[in-house]
Design a protein around this ligand. Structure first.
Ligand SMILES: Nc1ncnc2c1ncn2[C@@H]1O[C@H](COP(=O)(O)OP(=O)(O)OP(=O)(O)O)[C@@H](O)[C@H]1O
Length: 505
């Protein structure tokens, strides 16, 4: 057996009354991909942030290449050879990939030597098949490409341990496969890779070993070859039985809530992102939208939510033309919106849970009277939702940026449903959620549907779409290829429509 490159022993980290990690042991070997799994708030990011020098543990020791170390900061970590790709990338959009990489180098003088910069990036890029164009501007790159720039940054800096926080959450299935191939090449070259993930199948396919955290402690650790979905599920959610919630149909009413007619919308680059799309959603119906990310889903959701200008066609809600109305009017019409990017669009990271909860409704009689907030009502509402949705807080008055990603998502869903919507737009609602929480969100959406809410569900997971939708529409290059009754749809047909084939019954 090889010597470990890193050992974490008895790591405990507390934030006030919250114990995020308790007596955790983790060993990493050179040449392995090690997956960290666990429910939302289990302490995965905290443990990796300790390794990355962002947090100092209250107790415990870290041994790196056999020597006891104290990691003082992310800079110190990367100097030692430990680098992390965060969920929210740390790149400057208006600079090129090469400029971003070299701003990260300790000796920024290299930035003056453009040729040398590009050669270095080319070397790493070709060694691991990363395919990064050094002269491309970051804002012009896809999320997958930006992620690869982040990886090149760490490689150029000499990283031997690479930590990736939910790297596949923002990638298409194809991109995720390619990314894991890159990670395998890095492991084969002797580097250690730690991947935080919620996707059990992905982890079993790509990792060498898996560690599951629960309530801040190590619940189980195993070679991937010994992992099964049952064993992992048990370690993640415990003995609690998980019932996949399925849309059994029969809730769809006659009344049309949302109607789009020949809708056209542009993206941020002023290119047509949604082209002549027509659809309707009835009360009590879930219309799923399938498609590879980047085919107009974001623009469609934002136009329906009143956040993006419509350049052609109409949007009607309950028979009223709302095409030119903005987001505020949509809130009054009780349109709920769970956006793709919870931290930049859904929540205000610096505000606490209560403030975020009332953001859209603070001026309604429910939460204020004569401009004075009803603090007790707000407090009680949030406490009730914390219980109902099993939200793990970072302290009631702490900013939501300190909550774990999955718990932020639950808070956002709780707020949008708390607004008693007639139409709910849910974009990748289960992204970043553990398997138990994802099922809870599915049940919440179905409950809304039974109450007569019309749901526009955008997802990349075909399993989720087939489980939840009454009908499935497929977007490809901004065009609605077809809208098919779920009972008549199959994975193969939807897959082919997603790649641009035309629908034939
Ligand atoms: N800076 C902080 N201050 C206060 N509490 C924190 C802080 N960082 C994390 N926590 C709390 O520690 C616990 C563990 O959070 P962590 O982000 O490590 O979980 P996670 O397993 O990564 O979850 P997820 O899968 O949802 O991303 C949570 O209850 C979280 O609210």
């Amino acid at each position: 057996m090889k010597e470990p490159i890193l050992e974490m022993r008895g790591i405990t980290k507390k934030f006030g009354s919250v114990t995020a990690n308790k007596d955790v042991d983790l060993t990493l070997y050179p040449g392995e991909i090690h997956a960290l799994l666990g429910e939302n708030g289990a302490g995965k990011s905290t443990l990796m942030n300790i390794l990355n020098g962002i947090y100092k543990p209250n107790h415990g020791k870290i041994y790196y290449k056999g020597k006891k170390v104290s990691i003082r900061s992310p800079r110190h970590a990367v100097d030692m050879g430990i680098g992390m790709v965060h969920q929210h990338f740390r790149l400057i959009p208006t600079l090129t990939a090469a400029e971003n990489v070299f701003l990260y180098m300790p000796d920024c003088k290299l930035i003056l030597n453009k040729k040398e910069m590009e050669e270095q990036i080319g070397k790493w890029s070709s060694e691991f098949h990363l395919n990064v164009d050094p002269s491309a501007l970051i804002w012009q790159l896809s999320v997958g490409e930006q992620q690869r720039v982040e990886i090149v940054k760490l490689l150029c800096r000499g990283a031997e341990i690479l930590i990736l926080d939910e790297p596949s959450a923002v990638l298409t299935a194809q991109e995720a496969k390619e990314m894991f191939r890159v990670l395998r090449r890095m492991a084969d070259s002797g580097k250690s890779v730690v991947v935080i993930s919620h996707k059990m199948n992905e982890v079993m396919e790509f990792a060498d070993r898996i560690t599951v955290l629960k309530g801040g402690e190590v619940e189980d650790t195993m070679p991937a070859s010994e992992a099964t979905v049952e064993r992992l599920t048990k370690a993640v959610v415990g003995e609690r039985e998980l019932k996949p919630h399925k849309n059994e149909g029969g809730t769809c009413r006659e009344e049309v809530v949302l109607k789009l007619e020949n809708l056209s919308v542009k993206n941020d680059r002023d290119l047509m992102a949604i082209k002549n799309v027509s659809l309707d959603i009835h009360a009590g119906e879930i219309l799923g939208i399938a498609g590879v990310a980047g085919n107009g889903q974001k623009e469609l959701a934002e136009a329906v939510a009143g956040l993006r200008k419509v350049v052609g066609g109409t949007i009607t809600i309950h028979g009223e033309d709302v095409t030119t109305q903005g987001a505020k009017a949509r809130v009054k019409k009780r349109v709920g919106f769970i956006p793709e990017d919870r931290l930049s669009m859904g929540l205000v990271p610096g505000m606490n849970m209560e403030e975020n909860r009332i953001l859209k409704e603070f001026d309604l009689p429910k939460f204020s009277r004569h401009h004075i907030l009803k603090k007790k009502v707000i407090h009680d509402t949030v406490q009730e939702e914390i219980k109902r949705y099993d939200i793990k807080t970072a302290g009631d008055k702490s900013p939501v940026s300190l909550m774990s990603g999955g718990n932020q998502q639950k808070l956002l869903v709780a707020r949008e449903i708390g607004g008693d919507p007639v139409l709910l737009i849910a974009v990748y609602p289960s992204r970043g959620l553990d398997i138990g929480a994802a099922e809870a969100i599915h049940e919440i959406l179905l409950e809304q549907c039974r109450k007569g809410v019309a749901v526009l569900l955008i997802s990349e997971e075909l399993d989720e779409l087939f489980q939840m939708s009454d009908r499935i529409g497929v977007l490809c290059s901004g065009e609605m290829m077809a809208v098919i009754d779920r009972k008549e749809a199959d994975y193969d047909t939807i897959g082919r429509l997603m790649s641009g084939e035309h629908y034939e019954k």
